[in-house]
Design a protein. Structure first.
Length: 215
C-alpha cells in the first residue's frame, strides 16, 4: 500500500514539473551568473595572450578587470595589466594608469605619480584626456605646483585637438578663476574658437558675463 502511495505521489510531482516546464519554459538563469560566466570566459581567453607580452591583450585585460560588474571587479589586477601595457608604450594604458593613481584605484592615491603618467600619455598631444587630466592637476595644485598658466597650456592643447563644448567650458572655468584679467582673456580666446552654434550655451553657463565681449 505504501509503495502504491509512493508511486502516485512521484507521478504527480513529475507531471507537475512537466506542466510547469510546458507553460513557463525552462527556469531563467540569474543574469549575474550569466555575466560572471562571460567574464570568466573572456579572462580565460585573453590572459594567455597577455602573458606572452601582447600589448593590446594586456590593455584589454586591464579594461576587463577595471570595468567589470562591481560584484567581481578587481582594480589591483586591472592596474597590473594596464601598467604592463603602459610600460610598452600604450598611451591608453598610460592614461588609465595615471587615472588609477589619481583616484586611488588598486593602489594608494598618488597625484604626483598620476601626473607623470598623464604627462607621458599626453606628450606630443597624443592623448587628449590625459592633457586635460594633467591640466586639472595643475589647476588644483595636486601632485604638481599650483599653476593656472600650466593648466591653461594643457587645456589649449586639448582644445586644439578637439574643439568641443566640454573643453571650452573647462578653459572658461580656468579663465574665470582668480587669475588676472589677461589670463581670463586668454582662456576665453580659446572658448571663442568653438563653432558659433555652441557659443551661446557655453557663454550662458559661464558665470562671468563679461566673457561675451571677447566673441
Amino acid at each position: 500500500m505504501r509503495f502504491i502511495i509512493f508511486l502516485v505521489i512521484t507521478g504527480a510531482l513529475t507531471m507537475s514539473a512537466g506542466a510547469a516546464y510546458f507553460f513557463f519554459g525552462q527556469p531563467k538563469e540569474d543574469p549575474l551568473a550569466i555575466e560572471m560566466k562571460a567574464f570568466e570566459r573572456e579572462i580565460k581567453t585573453v590572459t594567455p595572450v597577455a602573458r606572452r607580452g601582447d600589448v593590446r591583450a594586456q590593455y584589454r585585460l586591464g579594461h576587463i578587470y577595471g570595468d567589470a560588474n562591481p560584484a567581481f571587479r578587481d582594480y589591483k589586477s586591472a592596474l597590473k595589466w594596464y601598467r604592463k601595457a603602459a610600460d610598452q608604450g600604450h598611451i591608453g594604458a598610460q592614461y588609465a594608469t595615471g587615472n588609477f593613481h589619481a583616484n586611488g584605484l588598486g593602489t594608494g592615491q598618488n597625484y604626483h605619480r598620476a601626473s607623470e603618467w598623464f604627462l607621458l600619455a599626453g606628450g606630443l598631444g597624443r592623448h587628449r584626456d590625459a592633457q586635460f587630466a594633467l591640466g586639472d592637476l595643475y589647476f588644483h595644485g595636486r601632485g604638481v605646483p599650483h599653476s593656472y598658466g600650466q593648466a591653461i597650456n594643457c587645456y589649449k592643447k586639448r582644445a586644439i585637438r578637439s574643439r568641443s563644448m566640454s573643453w571650452a567650458s573647462c578653459t572658461a572655468r580656468a579663465g574665470g578663476s582668480t587669475m588676472i584679467w589677461s589670463r581670463l582673456s586668454s582662456g576665453f580666446h580659446w572658448l571663442c574658437q568653438m563653432p558659433r552654434s555652441l557659443r551661446p550655451t557655453i557663454l550662458r553657463s559661464n558665470p562671468c558675463g563679461r566673457a561675451r565681449n571677447f566673441c
